[in-house]
Structures are given as C-alpha cells and as structure tokens.
Design a protein around this ligand. Sequence first.
Ligand SMILES: Nc1ncnc2c1ncn2[C@@H]1O[C@H](COP(=O)(O)OP(=O)(O)OP(=O)(O)O)[C@@H](O)[C@H]1O
Length: 299
Amino acid sequence: MTLKLENVSKRFGSTIAIDHLSIEIPEKEMVGFLGGNGAGKTTTFRMILGLLDMTEGAITWNDAPIGYDRSDLIGYLPEERGLYPKQKVWEQLVYLAKLRGMNKRTALTELEGWLQRFDVPEYKNKKVEELSKGNQQKIQFISAVIHKPNLLILDEPFSGLDPINVELMKQAVVDLKNEGTSIVFSSHRMDHVEELCNHLCILHEGKPVVHGKLKDIKRSFGKKKVIVHADFPLEFLKQYAGVRQYKSVMEGCELQIENEAVAEDIFTDLNGKGFVRKFELEEPSLNDIFIEKAGASYE
Ligand SMILES: Nc1ncnc2c1ncn2[C@@H]1O[C@H](COP(=O)(O)OP(=O)(O)OP(=O)(O)O)[C@@H](O)[C@H]1O
C-alpha cells in the first residue's frame, strides 16, 4: 500500500507552487514533510486529497488514482482546525464518520475507545465550544483517524498541546504507523520530525531539495559541526581554512566546518597547544540540514 507522487507540479497563474515533486510513502512509514512558509506543503496535501487539481503529474494509491472520492482511505488533520462549536462531540464525530462510510454504532464504539485512550471519556456529550483549544484538537485528531484510514496526513498535529498530551498523541501516531498506516507528517518542530519519521522530504520554493531516508540523508550530509573545549585560546580557529563559522561558548568553541577532513586537520593542529578537554565531531541535526538546504531555520 503505497502513496506515490510522480512529477507532480502545480501552478497558480505564473506562480509555480510545486515543481516536479516525486515522493513515495510506503505503509508503516512516516514521512516528515518540511518546508518554510509558502514552500508548498498545504498545496501538496490538497492535491493528495483531491481538493486541488494538479497542473501535471500523477498521484496514486497502490497504482490507482487517489482523490476526493476516496475519503474513506484518507484521514486529514488540517493546520486550520475546523469543528462546529455548537455541536456535541459525539454528534459531530458520528456525522463525519458516516461521510466516510461508517455506521453509527461502529463510529460510537471507535469514538469511545479514543476518548478513553485520551483520558477524556466525559467529553462525548460536551459541546465542542466547552472544551479547551488543546482538547478540541484531540477531538479533531480523532475525527481524522476514527475511520481507520490507510493514509493519514497530519499538519502540525501537536501545536497547542501541553507536553503530556503531546506524548499521548505521539504514541497514538506511532501505534497507527505500526498498525500499517502510511503517514505524512508536517511540522515546524524539527525534534518531533526527527523522533518520529524515518523518511524525509524538504520542500523549498516548491522543489524537493532533500528526499529519502533520514539515516542516508544524514550520512551524505556528513558531520560538519565540531565542539572544542580547551584550556587555551581557540580564537585562531576563526581564520582556519575550512571553518565557516566560529561561535564562542563558555568552555571553548563550536565550529561549522566545510567537511570532515577539516576536523581532522584541526585535531592534529591542537596537539601540543595545551589541554583539550573535549573534541567532538557532531552528527548533523535536522535543523542543520534544513538550514543548508532550505536556507532558513525554524527555530
Ligand atoms: N489558491 C492559491 N492561489 C494562488 N497562489 C496560491 C494559492 N494557494 C497557494 N498559493 C501559493 O503557492 C505557494 C505554496 O503555498 P502553500 O500554502 O502550499 O505553502 P505552505 O508550505 O503550506 O506554507 P505555510 O507553512 O506558510 O502554511 C505560495 O507561494 C502561495 O502563495
């Protein structure tokens, strides 16, 4: 069960919102979908959902076209949440579940299971407007997953939640993935993406600038951050060939280097200058990769 986007492009007049995007999301995989403001994430989601026609390319689920008529297959948690404030939680969720082909009894059983899981069984008979924003979000999440979709699109699923509820919802997402759901996960929180996703796609101005397994992406990016703690001045490293950036820290410095070979040279040159308490070549963080590939930071 695979979602495939092949050479998908979307133009709005003269604006190219998506430029030849190809990604594949197999079952039991969660793909982190990243990009700065206006990179094209929502446009991509709307095309997968069939709410927006693509200009060219193909989007398929198990090699068959996917779209609006397959809403039973897809769950979507949009960034702009939208529940009816005056309606009771159960009325609203049963209504939405029915639109996706469920009957009332199964929908109620599923709903009760989810409310138990989120530790809020008493919300079933409350109106949405009576719930806090974070708790409304739990209800919206349930509305995206109640029909057990094969493909789940989550746009900033944890925003507005307190740390305990973030953990609760993270676990729910991981369980859905392990049960076989393919998940597209968009977030500005790099730590969440790094923790949950083993695949990654970074969009920049509509183009996929990074795409693949997180492990492979990190390996090919190389280690470009060096931390040195020493009992002697390290300022000479500011002018060192291959050092892109020098940052002074309490016990020494942090360096951005061009490639791993520069770290080897520095290590050799530090020898004999005094006591080096720490020398570390760090794995790149997702934020480092994002800055290099998309030219900006989320943090
Ligand atoms: N209906 C539309 N008409 C014209 N241009 C549009 C339309 N929808 C999106 N765009 C343009 O397409 C580009 C991608 O927008 P999109 O909303 O997909 O970005 P995004 O990655 O979701 O951004 P954000 O993180 O800010 O939500 C932007 O340049 C945007 O202005």
